[in-house]
Design a protein around this ligand. Sequence first.
Ligand code: PHE
Length: 369
Amino acid sequence: MSAPNNPYDPVGVSALEPAAVQAAVEAALAAIEAAASLDELKEVRLAHAGDRSPLALANREIGALPPAAKADAGKRVGEARAAVRAALDARLAQLEADRDARVLIEESVDVTMAAPRREAGARHPLTTLMERMCEVFIAMGYEVAEGPEAEAEWMNFDALNVPPNHPARTMQDTFFVGSEGSGVVLRTHTSPIQLRAMLSRELPVYVVAPGRVFRTDELDATHTPVFHQIEGLAIDEGITMADLKGTLEHLASAMFGEGVRIRLRPSYFPFTEPSAELDLECFVCRGTSVGNPDSPCRTCSSEGWIEWGGCGMVNPRVLQAAGIDTDRYSGFAFGMGVERTLMFRHGVTDMRDMVEGDVRFTRAFGLEV
Ligand code: PHE
């Protein structure tokens, strides 16, 4: 072997000198002690126990020492590294314990704390009333039918036998979608659904059609430009006006209590013949105010009856427009305002309360969802 231990004298490797090793250990212990968080400790571990730390570098020098010096240096560096590792592990355990204790406190849930209250919503009384009215008919075997709110002018008027020059067909009463000649209107009643039901269903037909309707009225205590109607239609063999009256009597008792009376008063609608206004016995005075000036009734103006809707036997011309054999089939139809029904049933006196959406009004009807 030639020139062993050249080119330097390993005995003089400064990193392995006891003072240097001692200094590295002290620096490491001080840094470990100063590490205030797990993240900081991670940095400290890298700097003082990582591959490029002074002690790791010192350890690497050992291999080049002469055998006699190896054991001594190895023991010194080994003990130094073990001491640093032990200090790191102890600090790690402590910081982890601190964190766990903190998390327990910070993330604890106070089950007695008052939660923010959110008021439950509920459906509008008009919706629930409309549903209830439909249910009366569903129980009698009717189906619920629907139609579009933007309706063909032809369906809303012509097919229902309302002539082109009828006053209801002007912009004073009807909302046109687009210009007055567009042929599309916001339906002014639910009666076009009668026709849609006749055209799309097999006979016999028993349907109710609840829906929103539109007329160019100003909003006031008794009018609103958007309101609701319920339409009923029955077409079968042998249907008579007596069936109509019995059906309406049943609805009236279901809505206003057993025994309440209704009255059919001769009237005119182009799509029914004969036609009648449907009046309801005044639910406040039950007729006792009539001819009795000592106890007048504001609800019915002491007339004993209030107007609820319109009805009649479906005009054969309308049945024929839908291709129905009028020798075999006949039918009745009726329509009434849902807002009016709510007013009568619950003593609501101002229409505006129903459209404004103020919870102070709706809350009184309960939280039905
Ligand atoms: N559609 C009529 C109205 O809005 C009411 C009605 C319906 C009359 C069905 C007769 C038959 O005034």
